[in-house]
Design a protein around this ligand. Structure first.
Ligand code: AMP
Ligand code: ZN
Length: 136
């Protein structure tokens, strides 16, 4: 993708604060971090989002996740890390090249990631689970 900034960053055409690189991914510090050390893992091949991805590519990319998360935690001494991935504008995606966030978290920090807990009527969850399962 000629006009994709994450393609350019992942492949080294635009310099970035890189913390890890292998043949499949580059992991860089996010330019507008939720907390210092907030990193994004960017695959070297272009996929717009998870719906545009195949299992084998995701499997290759994901192999480095535990190592990257542990390195961030060791260096920062954070108490936890959110690993998250947005798909579609409705889900907060702003760059249309699949990427995975690593957000360092501290006890009682002010980072906002969350939702209000909803609920199901009697039998609704089982019915919905069955419908989704039929599409897997
Ligand atoms: P998302 O909202 O999940 O699409 O996340 C996109 C992320 O990419 C945001 O957290 C941005 O701060 C980050 N970002 C956008 N452009 C750059 C860039 N040139 N270098 C580093 N991070 C970037
Ligand atoms: Zn791209």
């Amino acid at each position: 993708m000629d006009d994709c900034i994450f393609c350019k960053i992942a492949n080294g055409d635009i310099p970035s604060a890189t913390i890890y690189e292998d043949r499949n991914v580059r992991v860089i510090l996010d330019i507008a971090p939720a907390a210092k050390g907030h990193a994004i893992m960017i695959p070297k091949t272009h996929m717009a989002d998870i719906f545009d991805a195949d299992a084998e590519t995701i499997s290759k990319i994901s192999a480095a996740i535990p190592m990257v998360a542990s390195a961030i935690k060791k260096e920062l001494g954070c108490d936890g890390i959110n690993i998250l991935q947005n798909n579609g504008a409705a889900a907060g995606q702003t760059v249309n090249h699949l990427h995975i966030h690593f957000i360092p978290r501290y006890n009682n920090d002010n980072v906002k990631i969350g939702w209000e807990q909803g609920s199901y009527a009697d039998g609704e969850a089982a019915e919905l689970a069955k419908k989704i399962a039929s599409r897997v």
